[in-house]
Design a protein around this ligand. Sequence first.
Ligand code: UN1
Length: 506
Amino acid sequence: MSSKSLAVVTAETMAACGVTAPLDAADGLAVTSPVTAEVVATLVPHSAAEAEAMIAKADAAFRKWRMIPAPRRGELVRLFAEELRQSKEDLGRMVSIEAGKSPSEGQGEVQEMIDICDFAVGLSRQLYGLTIATERPGHRMMETWHPLGVVGIITAFNFPCAPWCWNAALALVCGDPVVWKPSEKTPLTALAVQAVLDRALARFGDDAPEGLSQVLVGGPELGEALVDSPKVALISATGSTRMGRIVGPKVAARFGRCILELGGNNAGIVCPSADLDMTLRAVAFGAMGTAGQRCTTMRRLFVHEAVYDQLVPALKKAYASVTVGNPLETAALVGPLIDKAAYDGMLVALEEARALGGTVHGGERAPEVSNSAYYVHPALVEMPEQAGPVLRETFAPILYVMKYSDFDEVLEQHNAVGGGLSSSIFTTDLREMETFLSARGSDCGIANVNIGTSGAEIGGAFGGEKETGGGRESGSDAWRAYMRRATNTINYSKDLPLAQGVVFDI
Ligand code: UN1
């Protein structure tokens, strides 16, 4: 691999996925790999007019796709899952090239796509509505779930394909075409995924209309085109809270639907009875994995004073020994930050933490890996209290560690931040565990016991509260957001009784 430039590896991998479009435009959108900081491809971005045309095409596709029976729509997703299995390694490599993930995490992301496809195939036969008892004789009441319309999917660089698939697999079985605006930092993975889906579409045959799934390549203005278009019934957007604050009101103003999966400021609480060995491993992956660039990354850790002096030195050791390196050429556990801006953000946060009395362990750049790309040693920061940068999400491997003594107080601290995505408690005490999961416990969309904050499976609904945006994607009954509900009341009697006993005899 080292004998070939990354641009060549990229072109070969894209070709293996089935991408035929040229990746070497004279100018346009340059895609830089965080692994080496070299430009690996240059793409011609779509224009605003092209985006409009693609949305119109998706709208036309909707009119046909909604009439195809759901189990048949599921067949397309089944074929897609087969193709994904074939291309798992190549797609995983594209994730590693564009997002800097280790091969295991890159392929894990593709596995997450396969899993949600399998889920969606089963779901295609389970889009159930209720039958409801009516108050009127000779009547029946029921609800029916219908396809909703075009779904616009906006995704972030850190998970270049799985979140698209959580949405797309459900949308497709629910009868909705999808238009995808990936991060401008990771458009190649999106094009590769589309090429893999195109193979499934070719096998599926004529039932699939043209324009069922399309990718918009370019900057934020293309995301805006989706957000502003009345033809896009649902916007599902993953990204920063700043982005969500723009997208949410715009979609609401046109009464569109929105699923927002925004930032988190995820914490763990380590109680006196915790299994410390297990806790150490869970925290290490949660805080350092993916170089701290998951929305579910563990960013705050509250450790009870009784176990602080046992756990924190062991954690420091783990931080000092974790391997940082090129994910394509080494077995390093921690890869690069996405770009200079991410590195700068990390430096600012660490500086602020020091000014507030924090003790920083690690956090230096790793020039021994690369001088041009942004590799850092993960930082563990012992903080005297929860203040300053601890209160916000910095998309980098920084874990703020704080000591606590009172369980009720630590619950308050836990919830006293903007983000509400994921949370963990490490305990073997039943009362602490159940309290954490209760109404006065964690206020997050995900609350875990004795596992870390990241690495959720697809079977549960994924998303969070407060500044995380409130949306839910993936498993459980998240599919309902992709359909519209009709309540049907059918009168099979010879009378016309009115509800609530109203009389209106003419
Ligand atoms: C994200 O970072 O946007 O739970 C998604 C996890 C993954 C998904 C993360 N399954 O960490």
